[in-house]
Write a protein that binds this ligand. Structure first.
Ligand SMILES: [Zn+2]
Ligand SMILES: [Zn+2]
Length: 178
């Protein structure tokens, strides 16, 4: 068993595209435990990385730190093992998902991608109680909590104008009297 720690730059599109993810090139800290087992190497680890995205309610930037956990078996590219597996599973489906060691190396990227996507919120919010944007004018309600509009029922809108005209006329009359 070996433990290794690595800091690697994030690959492109690590996360949910256009929603939230690890910025390309940001440092991903990996803590890995590599265990030699009969059929290959069992990799258990955690990834720590910054994520950025947009609040789905108010579109403000969201910044988080992400911890993703993963475990994956990387098998020796051994024909016997593959056949045995195929017989057990009864179809090829499992084989396609299986990871293999290549010249004593393993490619962690697809495993990291899956783990990061699973650990990310699919509906990120800037804060749990984010009220989003005003449906009338689009202002962010968290910035302006007392914000409100005079909501005029369309059926009263005409009367409101009448009122205004009346007020103006009255004012004009008063002026004339003076
Ligand atoms: Zn928000
Ligand atoms: Zn508004």
């Amino acid at each position: 068993m070996r433990k290794v720690s690595r800091s690697v730059p994030a690959p492109k599109d690590l996360g949910l595209v256009d929603v939230i993810g690890v910025p390309e090139g940001a440092t991903v800290e990996l803590d890995l435990r590599l265990e030699s087992v009969m059929e290959g190497v069992l990799v258990t680890g955690t990834a720590h990385a910054p994520v950025t995205g947009e609040c789905v309610r108010c579109l403000e930037p969201v910044e988080r730190e992400l911890d993703a956990e993963f475990q994956e078996m990387f098998s020796y590219p051994d024909a016997d093992t593959r056949t045995a597996r195929k017989d057990e599973a009864g179809d090829d489906a499992e084989d396609e998902d299986a990871f293999e060691l290549e010249d004593d190396l393993f490619d962690l990227e697809p495993v990291l991608r899956d783990a990061v996507v699973l650990a990310l919120p699919s509906q990120p919010v800037c804060r749990e109680d984010c009220e989003g944007l005003c449906s009338e004018c689009g202002v962010r309600l968290a910035d302006d909590p007392d914000h409100h509009h005079e909501v005029t029922d369309i059926r009263w809108a005409a009367l409101k104008d009448l009122n205004k005209d009346f007020g103006t006329d009255q004012g004009a009359d008063e002026n004339q009297e003076k």
